[in-house]
Design a protein. Structure first.
Length: 348
């Protein structure tokens, strides 16, 4: 077996270190170490009142990543003429196995780029595209160590070869679904968001967003057809705390990929809490979930849930850095085990 480049084994540990450092670096301290006094108003003084919003983490499960699932986002629409550019690198590890029905043992890395623009008063247009790689990877030792330290369950990962790629469905007669590793450009996502009112007008900021996927990915790395969805978004600012919520619905026009059969319709939801420790640093606690993804596997769970922890730094000049940790919650059979994300947002 060829020896891996040690650099790739160190990168996930470095990303995890950057995330953890976010909870110890607090700008705005005086020379004697005391945090400078701030007013009781919202500490992040911008034209939008709120910051950039929840962490934009779409369902990272390998069989869900290739379909449209709404990313948590803010209901605050960009002012007319304003542009927001966003890029992020997601690195996730997945092990899901339930009896003899299916196994998903995979590592994914995806580089995503998006642009949003305020086209009219109360209207925002957005687009996203990315490049996806999936394979055996190098994260298994990192995930094993993280689970040992935190006491989280292994879910059977310890019984399988390390850093293998295997995405298959089984029946009595044998393998009925099999997905290959490799890389591809992703499908593109186009969105339109319409403001329903600001917090000053109706007590909360609210918006509705529609989104579709445009098939650009090669076979089994995308839907191969158009997916569509809609999401209702709300938020409320209360001093240092911003609270976000969303409820969405997606429909898939083609429900068969690589032998797996997808639910025709799915429901998605999220809650996010962003606390501003200073005007430059905030911490995010986010919960998100969806209903059943696959229908031709009897044991596939009916609900998937994630907890997402993040830190944001305002770098000045309209730039913001995000570090994110992704963990599944209760059922490990339909979710990614562990993920890291590094993102950069630029407002123009």
């Amino acid at each position: 077996m060829a020896r891996r480049c040690p650099v790739f084994e160190c990168v996930p540990l470095l990303l995890l270190l950057v995330f953890l450092l976010g909870f110890h670096v607090v700008p705005g301290q005086s020379d004697d170490g005391l945090v400078e006094a701030e007013s009781s108003s919202h500490p992040h003084e911008t034209d939008l009142i709120f910051g950039t919003g929840p962490l934009p983490v779409r369902d990272p499960f390998p069989l869900a990543r290739i379909r449209l699932s709404p990313a948590p986002t803010t209901p605050v629409v960009l002012p007319q003429g304003k542009t927001r550019l966003r890029t992020g690198l997601d690195w996730t590890s997945t092990f899901a196995k339930d009896g003899g029905d299916f196994i998903v043992d995979s590592e994914s890395r995806i580089l995503q780029m998006s642009a949003h623009h305020g086209i009219f008063d109360g209207w925002e247009l957005g687009g996203q595209i990315g490049y996806l790689w999936r394979g055996g990877g190098v994260l298994d030792p990192t995930v094993d160590g993280f689970h040992r330290i935190t006491g989280l369950p292994e879910g059977g990962r310890e019984d399988e070869p390390r850093d293998q790629f295997l995405v298959r469905g089984f029946r009595k007669e044998g393998i009925f679904a099999d997905v290959d590793d490799g890389s591809s450009v992703t499908d593109a996502f186009l969105s339109v968001k319409r403001s329903l009112g600001t917090q000053e007008q109706i007590g909360v900021a609210a918006a509705i967003q529609g989104e579709i996927s445009i098939p650009l990915a090669r076979s089994e790395f995308g839907a191969g057809s158009i997916d569509g969805g809609v999401q209702l978004l709300v938020a409320r600012e209360a001093g240092r705390l911003d609270v976000y919520g969303g409820l969405g619905w997606t429909a898939y026009s083609d429900t068969h990929i690589g032998g797996f059969e997808y639910s025709k319709h799915r429901v998605h939801g999220f809650f996010a809490f962003e606390w501003w420790s200073t005007e430059d640093v905030s911490f995010v606690l986010q919960f998100q979930g969806s209903n059943r993804l696959l229908t031709n596997i009897a044991s596939f769970p009916s609900v998937t849930t994630y907890i997402v922890l993040g830190t944001k730094w305002d770098l000045g000049g309209g730039c913001e850095l995000e570090t994110t940790l992704i963990e599944n919650l209760w059922d490990q059979d339909a979710t990614s085990d562990f993920g890291l994300r590094l993102g950069l947002t630029v407002d123009l």
